[in-house]
Design a binder for this molecule. Structure first.
Ligand code: GLA
Length: 746
């Protein structure tokens, strides 16, 4: 790993054993981009990469000098309006209305390790020698605004982190209108763009398309990263698959309005911009003040998409997630929501807890409905200091009783929102986000507190701290069930209203930071009507998140599959729910539901007290297996094998760090008749090892070589291959699933 600067060519070569990232200070003082990709040694100069051409209709940098046109070069930190007509990484508006700027090289330093980003989530190092950071200082001469581009190269990961720290070193205020975290000009457009899009109940479905001339983007304008798009995309070469080929992944560590955009210009250069969405963003920077952008993480892979995802999993799991729960196996829980919704009582909860405890489940999570007058979703939201009358002995007593059943106790909150019919609204209507003289748009009967205000954060911190101190609460499910409308902050002047969305997110992060610092052993799970804010930003505070409100096992295959491109299994909140499923009325077996949910943090969300003894027995077996294998299910190396977006079969697997144990999940949507023979080629095993195969499938109890399992494959053919199989010999049916466990024998 290293950051080299060649004085004579003013070239920076950032590299580790995986990749090279090369940039150069151009003859006009602006930083130009030369290369990002597989590691190259080079022999000092990469100047030959600074290709130039005289093209008709070019707008040149200087008069009578046709050597430099800003639209004809690759940039590191482009501004608009100086001859480059593509979308910019930075726009600074001056008091006189001008929006032209030119950021030129001032100086650089290289530091070991990685600086903390004040108030923002970011990847981190534990030891100085894990990373090196380039601080490249640029300045716009006219406004005096400086921009420090921060690039961190990690020693152990093919990952590069970048953010920008602006400082107004001038004499007048300015407004930042584009302040992108990362911009990258790639020399061609030969990529497939992969995005993870959806809506409530079907989050992060994989969508792919070929890059084309013009702009393609994903974004959020809702105040939260959203169910609709995720702040993560992949660019892969057309021939790249899960195992081979080049891919770049880009993740923004941010939970608010974001933009990830690829603009392909007339000469096939692809400009990628990643950062806070400039739409409705503007930040006033007074002289002497600093603005730090969120961090973007780029991952390079020359060995396919699985390897790219594994890098994200590793770095996010161990250098983004923090604290007590980072490496700890997560408790098996039972959540009250789909079992009871608002119809809770202490007696019902304890009955559920007792039954769960007998099944070996380790934690009861009391979901919505425990506070204020919250008997439905029209009222009570915000009243965290009052317990609902259906829990007459209070939360502390309930938590004690649950603990006496040898279980931990967790609770649901939605601190950012409130109902009009709540004590909090009556007392503090002034804290609600609304635009003067305009109506407020409700969503789920909720309105939003202005988290950009210090007094709101202090209030929430106090009331939630009291709750957490008042009872033995081991887990918090932090929900957020709407986006922001009629945005306006009562505490900001007119020329600062463009800051309100970002200030909200900074307030959210501050609240999370204060609470997680004060209660380091409480396990936080983020949630936003399911997966409406499932992003890398929140992973810094809550190591796991509820993936989706859709708990149907077959739909979850797609959600889990799409989510796995960026996020580690240890961050997946997965529950087994009732059949028929609440969202789809689909009937699936208990084993299929558990076989899907097992790959992540695991729990149940159903009324166990209504189950038949055989079903409870099956759950006992599932819980026992999960406890034995959760190190693998949550922290193993994950490989996608077959995609639910492509065919009838989905398959994936996890492998232990020593590659001696593995679990394969196999799932079939529809049963077939007279079907072909099937086999799946496994990944990540040791070729010379002999593995015992255990599971419910055809090759059960065989011992096979790692090479056979990877190069020939695991046979998964079953009775569906027989046309005339007698019914009693038929296996499976629709929505069938199997887990195969592999254990090395040598
Ligand atoms: C949201 C969550 C659910 C549940 C309900 C409670 O929809 O995503 O899991 O907690 O709120 O109101």
């Amino acid at each position: 790993m290293g950051i080299q600067f060649d004085e004579s060519s003013r070239m920076f070569h950032l590299s580790n054993r995986f990749y090279s990232y090369i940039l150069k200070i151009m003859e006009n003082g602006q930083p130009g981009h030369l290369y990002f990709g597989k590691h190259v040694k080079g022999n000092g100069s990469f100047d030959y990469l600074s290709e130039r051409a005289e093209r008709s209709m070019s707008h040149y940098y200087r008069e009578n000098d046709y050597s430099l046109t800003l639209e004809g070069v690759m940039h590191e930190f482009p501004a608009y309006g100086n001859g480059d007509f593509r979308h910019p990484a930075v726009t600074v508006r001056q008091q006189n209305g001008s929006t032209i700027s030119e950021f030129e090289y001032v100086s650089y330093t290289v530091t070991s390790g990685k600086p903390k980003l004040e108030g923002l989530p970011a990847t981190y190092c534990e030891k100085e020698d894990e990373a090196e950071t380039l601080h490249l200082k640029l300045k716009d001469r006219v406004t005096g605004v400086s921009a420090e581009l921060l690039y961190t190269v990690f020693r152990d990961y093919p990952a590069l982190a970048r953010s920008v720290r602006f400082m107004n070193e001038g004499k007048e205020p300015v407004w930042l209108e584009d302040a992108m975290s990362f911009s990258l000009d790639l020399p061609d457009q030969d990529y497939e763009w992969m995005q993870f899009s959806g809506a409530w109940g079907r989050e992060r479905f994989l969508k792919e398309r070929r890059l084309a001339k013009g702009i393609q983007s994903v974004e959020s304008t809702r105040g939260n990263s959203s169910h609709y798009q995720n702040p993560f995309i992949v660019l892969r070469r057309p021939d790249t698959n899960e195992q081979t080929g080049e891919a770049f992944g880009f993740s923004l560590i941010y939970s608010g309005n974001f933009l990830i955009q690829a603009e392909v210009d007339a000469w096939d250069v692809t400009r990628l911009l990643i950062g806070i969405n400039p739409f409705h963003f503007s930040w006033k920077l007074e002289p002497g003040k600093i603005f730090q952008t969120p961090e973007a993480v780029a991952v390079y892979s020359d060995s396919g998409l699985n390897s790219m995802s594994q890098t994200f999993h590793n770095i996010f799991r161990s250098r983004l997630v923090r604290g007590y729960w980072r490496e700890r196996p997560r408790p098996v829980l039972i959540n009250s929501w789909e079992a009871m919704e608002f119809n809770i009582s202490e007696e019902k909860l304890l009955r559920l807890a007792k039954c769960a405890s007998e099944c070996g489940i380790e934690m009861l999570v009391l979901d919505d409905g425990w506070f204020g007058k919250r008997s439905n979703d029209h009222q009570g939201l915000g009243d965290w200091d009052a317990v609902r009358d259906c829990l007459p002995d209070g939360i502390a007593a309930l938590a004690d009783k649950v603990e006496r059943l040898h279980m931990k106790f967790g609770i649901w909150i939605e601190p950012e929102m409130l109902n009009r019919d709540s004590e909090l609204f009556r007392k503090h209507e002034d804290w609600v986000i609304r635009t003067p003289e305009r109506r407020m748009s409700p969503c789920r009967n909720e309105f939003v507190l202005d988290l950009g205000r210090c007094e709101v954060i202090d209030y929430l911190y106090d009331v939630l701290s009291k709750l957490l101190c008042s009872a033995k609460i081991s887990y918090i499910k932090w929900d957020m069930n709407r986006s922001i409308t009629e945005l306006y902050s009562a505490v900001l002047p007119g020329d600062r209203q463009g800051e309100a969305f970002h200030r909200y997110i900074l307030g959210l992060y501050q609240l999370y930071e204060r609470l997680t610092n004060r209660f380091p052993e409480v396990l936080f799970e983020s949630c936003a009507s399911g997966g409406g804010r499932f992003d890398a930003g929140l992973l810094y505070y809550s190591p796991q998140g509820w993936l989706s409100d859709d708990t149907d096992a077959m739909e979850r295959l797609k959600i889990q599959y799409g989510t796995s491109f960026c996020y580690p299994l240890s961050s997946f909140g997965n529950h087994v729910s009732m059949s028929p499923n609440r969202q789809l009325l689909r009937k699936t077996s208990l084993s299929t539901r558990a076989n899907v949910a097992a790959f992540g943090t695991f729990g149940y969300e159903m009324d166990l007290t209504e189950l038949a003894p055989e079903e409870l027995n099956e759950i006992k077996i599932q819980v026992k297996a999960m406890k034995e294998k959760r190190d693998l299910f949550q922290f193993g190396t994950f490989f996608r094998l077959m995609s639910p977006f492509e065919g009838n079969i989905t398959a994936w697997m996890v492998v232990s760090p020593d590659r001696k144990r593995a679990i394969i999940g196999w799932y079939r949507f529809m049963n077939e008749v007279n079907a072909p023979f099937h086999r799946i080629r496994l990944m990540g095993l040791i070729p010379d090892c002999r593995y015992r195969v255990e599971g419910s499938g055809p090759q059960n109890e065989l011992v096979l070589g790692g090479d056979e399992l990877m190069y020939i494959g695991l046979i998964t053919t079953d009775s569906s291959a027989n046309g005339g199989c007698p019914p009693e010999e038929m296996q499976g049916g629709d929505f069938d699933s199997r887990l195969y466990c592999l254990t090395a024998e040598n």
